[in-house]
Ligand binder design. Structure first.
Ligand code: HEM
Ligand SMILES: *[C@@H]1O[C@H](CO)[C@@H](O)[C@H](O)[C@H]1NC(C)=O
Ligand SMILES: *[C@@H]1O[C@H](CO)[C@@H](O)[C@H](O)[C@H]1NC(C)=O
Ligand SMILES: *[C@@H]1O[C@H](CO)[C@@H](O)[C@H](O)[C@H]1NC(C)=O
Ligand SMILES: *[C@@H]1O[C@H](CO)[C@@H](O)[C@H](O)[C@H]1NC(C)=O
Ligand SMILES: *[C@@H]1O[C@H](CO)[C@@H](O)[C@H](O)[C@H]1NC(C)=O
Length: 293
C-alpha cells in the first residue's frame, strides 16, 4: 500500500518534473542525439565547405532561416519549389533573385538522408546551418533547440509581407511584434546586416552616404551598429533605427559594446527560431526539402 502510493507520488513527480517543461517548450537541445548523432557534424562540414568556396554563403544561410521563420513559422516553407498544386515563396518580391543557398541545404539534406533517413527536418537544417554559418564567421554561438517539423504548405502572400528596407521602423516593429518578438529584437537582428551583401537597388537611396562600400563582409562584428551611429547604415531601415528613439539606444549601446551585441544576438536569433514551429506529429519530415512528401 505504502509502496504503491510512493510509486504514484513518483509517477506524478516524474510527469511534473520531466514531462511538463518538455511539453511546454516543444523543442529540445538534444532532439537528435540518439536518432541522428552526426547531424551537427554533417551540417557544419557542409557549411564550412560552402564558405570555403564563397564566404558570402554564410550570410545567405542566416537570411534563409529568417525568411523561413517569418513566413508560416520556421517550417521549411521557404525551401519549397512551385508546383502545379503549390505556390511556393521563392518568387515573392523580397525573395526573388535575392534569397540563395538552396543548393547547400539540398546537399546537407541528401547527406543526412544517407546517415539517418527521414529523421531530420528541413526546418531544423535551416536553424542549425544559420548557427554554424555565424559561428564559422567568428560571430556569436547559440544553442539550437531542435525538433521542428516541416510544413506542407507555403504562403507567397505572407512572404510578400516580409519587412522591407523602405518601411518605417514603426511598421517593421509591428511585424516583429506580430511574430512574438520585441522592439529590442528589431535592433539586435538588424545587426545581421553586418555581413553579407545587398543588391544595389535596396540601398541606392543611401549610396551617397555609404561611400560605395557595399561589398560583402564575411565577419559578423558590430560594424553595422558603428556605421549606423556614423550615419552610414547600409539599408534605409538600418539607418532609421537611430532615428527611432525606441531602437536608438540599443544601436548606440551595441556600437560601443560588441560583446553585448553578440550575447543579445544569440538570444534573439534563438527566439526567432521558435516562431510558429510545428512539433510532435504535426507536419512531416520531408525527404527532399524542395517538395512536400
Ligand atoms: C528588420 C527588417 C529587415 C529588413 C528590412 C531586411 C532587408 C534586407 C534586404 C533588403 C537585404 C538585401 C537583399 C538583396 O540585396 O538581395 C537583406 C540582406 C540580408 N539580411 Fe535582412 N532584413 C531585415 C532583417 C533581417 C534579419 C532579422 C536577418 C537575420 C537574422 C537578416 C539577415 C540578412 C542577411 C544575412 C542578409 C545578406 C544576405 C546575403 O548576402 O545573401 N535580415 N536584408
Ligand atoms: C561556389 O560559389 C559560386 C558562387 O560564388 C556558386 O555559383 C557555385 O555553385 C559554388 N560552387 C560550389 C561547389 O559550391
Ligand atoms: C564556435 O563554436 C564552438 C563550439 O561548437 C566554440 O568552441 C567556438 O569558440 C565557436 N567559435 C566562435 C568564433 O565563437
Ligand atoms: C506602414 O503601414 C501602413 C499600414 O499598413 C501603411 O499604410 C504605410 O504606408 C506604411 N508606412 C511605411 C513607411 O511603410
Ligand atoms: C521619442 O521621440 C518623440 C518624438 O520624436 C518624443 O515625443 C518622445 O518624448 C521620445 N521618447 C523618449 C522616451 O525619448
Ligand atoms: C544602454 O546603456 C545604458 C548605460 O549602460 C543603459 O542605461 C541603457 O538602459 C541601455 N539601453 C538599452 C536599450 O539597453
Amino acid at each position: 500500500m505504502e509502496c504503491s502510493s510512493n510509486r504514484h507520488a513518483f509517477v506524478f513527480l516524474f510527469w511534473l518534473v520531466f514531462l511538463s517543461p518538455l511539453v511546454c517548450s516543444q523543442l529540445y537541445y538534444n532532439f537528435y542525439d540518439t536518432t541522428c548523432p552526426s547531424m551537427t557534424r554533417i551540417v557544419r562540414y557542409n557549411v564550412f565547405s560552402a564558405m570555403a568556396n564563397e564566404t558570402r554563403i554564410a550570410a545567405s544561410l542566416l537570411r534563409l532561416h529568417f525568411h523561413d521563420c517569418f513566413v508560416n513559422g520556421c517550417d521549411g516553407s521557404v525551401l519549397l519549389d512551385d508546383t502545379s498544386t503549390l505556390k511556393g515563396e521563392k518568387n515573392a518580391l523580397p525573395n526573388r533573385n535575392s534569397i540563395r543557398g538552396f543548393e547547400v541545404i539540398d546537399k546537407i539534406k541528401s547527406d543526412l538522408e544517407v546517415a539517418c533517413p527521414s529523421t531530420v527536418s528541413c526546418a531544423d537544417i535551416l536553424a542549425l546551418a544559420a548557427r554554424e554559418a555565424v559561428n564559422l564567421s567568428r560571430g556569436p554561438f547559440w544553442p539550437v533547440p531542435l525538433g521542428r517539423r516541416d510544413g506542407t504548405t507555403a504562403s507567397e502572400s505572407e512572404a510578400n509581407n516580409l519587412p522591407s528596407p523602405f518601411e518605417s521602423i514603426e511598421n517593421i516593429t509591428a511585424k516583429f511584434i506580430s511574430k512574438g518578438l520585441e522592439v529590442k529584437d528589431v535592433a539586435v537582428l538588424s545587426g545581421a546586416h553586418t555581413f553579407g551583401f545587398a543588391q544595389c537597388f535596396t540601398f541606392k537611396p543611401r549610396l551617397f552616404n555609404f561611400g560605395g562600400s557595399g561589398q560583402s563582409d564575411p565577419s559578423l562584428d558590430t560594424s553595422l551598429h558603428k556605421n549606423i551611429v556614423n550615419n552610414a547604415g547600409l539599408l534605409q531601415s538600418d539607418q532609421a533605427l537611430l532615428g527611432d528613439n525606441r531602437t536608438a539606444s540599443f544601436v548606440n549601446n551595441y556600437s560601443k559594446w560588441p560583446l553585448l551585441f553578440f550575447r543579445d544576438f544569440a538570444v534573439s536569433v534563438e527566439k526567432m527560431g521558435r516562431i510558429g514551429v510545428l512539433t510532435g506529429q504535426q507536419g512531416q519530415i520531408r525527404k527532399n526539402c524542395r517538395v512536400v512528401n
